[in-house]
Design a protein around this ligand. Sequence first.
Ligand code: NIG
Ligand code: FE
Length: 425
Amino acid sequence: MLIHSAAQVLTLKGGPQRGKDLGDLGIIENGAVLLREEKITAVGSTAELQDAFPDEPDVDAAGCVVMPGLVDPHTHLIWGGDRAAEFETRLEGKSYLDILAAGGGIISTVRATRTASIESLIAQTRPRLLRMFAHGTTTAEAKTGYGLQTATELRLLKALLALDDESPLELAVTFLGAHAIAPEYKDNPQEYVKLICETMLPLVQLWWGVHAPHRKNLPFVDVFCENNAFNLEQSKEILEAAKALGFPLKIHADEFENLGGASLAVELEAVSADHLVKTSDEDIKNLGNSDTVAVALPCTPFGLGECEYTPAKKLLEANAILALATDCNPGTAWTESMQFSMALACRNMGLTPAQAIAASTINAAHAIRRADRIGSLEPGKQADLLILSVPEYRHLGYRFGTNLVKQVIKRGRVYSVDVGYYRTA
Ligand code: NIG
Ligand code: FE
């Protein structure tokens, strides 16, 4: 299949973009992309590829921008229950961490998730996944973390694998048993840390071998390093135990307070450190000297009505690898739209549209260790592309609150996007 006559093809070729190199879109004006089955086989100008492949079935992308599918490297997209009332409580002046300390927040979602069947969890999550896909996300990371007990955490893992199998959107799974102190261990958090390290992690490793034998890698292991969740020492204990079992690591660091989580991520060679709002200059320097991806989640301060965002310019000056994500979750940021995350990053983190696009494609793919097969349009990569109803790339970032995606192409299959849903073309 030849997709041709695109106003611009954004190739993003050449691998993850570090520091001030962020924003190299590799634009081909009047471009074309040739797909064979699930892969990209050629990228070039329309004239070139039409000449070389005259008999190819074609898709006319006239006037549109063609780019890699968006990658969302941080979501909590599987949960039970509802938190709309908590949103109102926060508007009335209660803080997020106070609500959590009082047994609400994450813990209220945990209660609803524990009592939900796997069928119900899948049914509640499916529309979120479809909305993501309709908004151009072709691969997303998805965390457990609303079980906080072995059986429910495993049920969440199982549900995520089932959703990955049924959906065109691909999921990269993360085990976040360390999302909050389980309510049973409120007065003895160290016991819960012990349960994670000595029971849950070895069990997840074993479980994964049985239930996901066709997947090469273990899931990521993540920790919420924060006051009222896991302190630095506990986070280190959990991540070290995970590392010893061969899990790749992630961390929630500096969302509300600086506890040193970002430098811990660097020390343990974590794949990414996420949030990074209260990150110190020292931590930023360490990130810049490492391969740990800095994942910014601008929908979270926005969702909380706060005005402090990830210091992206400092991170780029320090030479860090910056990525964007939604953080889609019921507490702080319920949005499925990476387009909205980009719009916020341009306004509140000072990124240019080109930087926001690179942070949401090739760098985001790198944040889930998939940059070898997704995140750019290059021969040999998976055919995950978007056709956007926009005349040039800067409309991403510039526009917000509406969906600019016209068609999503996932593994070579074309999906036309209807409002809020999709169907096979
Ligand atoms: O990334 N910070 C921890 N986790 C989520 C919020 C989860 C929730 O409130 O349910 C976050 O913001
Ligand atoms: Fe998160």
